[in-house]
Design a protein around this ligand. Structure first.
Ligand code: ATR
Length: 272
């Protein structure tokens, strides 16, 4: 049996073992996938032990994504630009490859929900690690424009600069966003975790807009509730991104694309 694991601290809340076990069943892969708590300062030792004992690959969640970035001996371009790794794979020659599948998970979830990004105007709210991880895959869809906005504008400007060679990207202050011309608005901030809104103008929400909140929960998120109340045509939450990033990791490890939709539906049902 090929061994896979997810490392985090805390880890009990992780849905990854459930998701990957369903993927493995769906695609008839002989593998196990479990959750492992690593000490906050002990990622390297835990990963060393895992790979030394025959582990084939792992996912990495908070707070270890930067540690995993350092740990990898080779990085994909999207991991390099994200500055963080959520997936490690031991290659046949023993090299540990680091990848970041979060952004592609978001993009695939949008596409599966009939939300195209090509040629569209996209607003990304937030400029932390979650935002940085999704920019390259969004730009790869060739939107007309990606605007990054953030409470601390300087951080949005840094991201726009970092990714300026990869597509049409700009940074705009929250309070300067007045034009209601975005097609897709993505909330990557952690504001919702404390019940707060990220602070964009009501004017940006109209029926043709899709709002995507990277967080999720049993109830509509605060941001999506706000957007719906203002008449947003479609709201999606990060449960699909969670399953999407898992599907991309699974694909990297096993070379088979699992069906994300069924697993997302099962998770949603289990959360109610
Ligand atoms: P993550 O890795 O989840 O992105 P992070 O790097 O701590 O976490 O970034 C959190 C993001 O949420 C930042 O963009 C932060 O804005 P600042 O850069 O100005 O701190 C944003 N954020 C957090 N709470 C917020 C709030 N109440 N309103 C608006 N933005 C908020």
């Amino acid at each position: 049996m090929d061994k896979y694991v997810v490392f985090g601290n805390p880890i009990a809340q992780s849905k990854s073992p459930y998701i990957h076990t369903l993927f493995a069943r769906q695609t008839a892969q002989a593998m196990t996938y479990t959750a492992q708590l690593a000490p906050v300062d002990g990622f390297k030792a835990a990963a060393d032990d895992f790979f030394a004992s025959g582990g084939r690959g792992c996912n990495i969640t908070a707070p270890f994504k930067e540690d995993a970035y350092q740990y990898a001996s080779q990085l994909t371009e999207r991991a390099k630009l994200a500055g963080a790794v959520n997936t490690l794979k031991k290659l046949d020659d023993g090299v540990i490859l680091g990848d970041n599948t979060d952004g592609e998970g978001l993009v695939q979830d949008l596409l599966q929900n009939q939300v195209e990004l090509a040629g569209k105007r996209i607003l990304l709210i937030g400029a932390g690690g979650a935002a940085r991880g999704v920019i390259l895959p969004i730009l790869a869809q060739q939107p007309e424009l990606l605007v990054v906005t953030n409470r601390t504008l300087a951080k949005a400007e840094q991201l726009a600069e970092l990714f300026s060679g990869y597509g049409n990207i700009d940074a705009v202050a929250l309070e300067a966003l007045e034009e209601p011309n975005f097609d897709v608005i993505i909330n990557s901030t952690s504001a919702g975790l404390s019940g707060q809104l990220p602070g964009i103008s009501d004017k940006l929400i109209k029926p043709a807009v899709t709002c995507y909140d990277m967080v999720y929960g049993p109830k509509l998120t605060a941001f999506n509730q706000w957007a719906r109340d203002l008449g947003a045509g479609k709201t999606l939450d990060g449960l699909g991104m969670l399953v999407g990033q898992a599907a991309e990791s699974f694909m990297l490890w096993r070379g088979i694309r699992p069906g994300a939709k069924q697993v997302k539906n099962e998770l949603r049902r289990a959360m109610q």
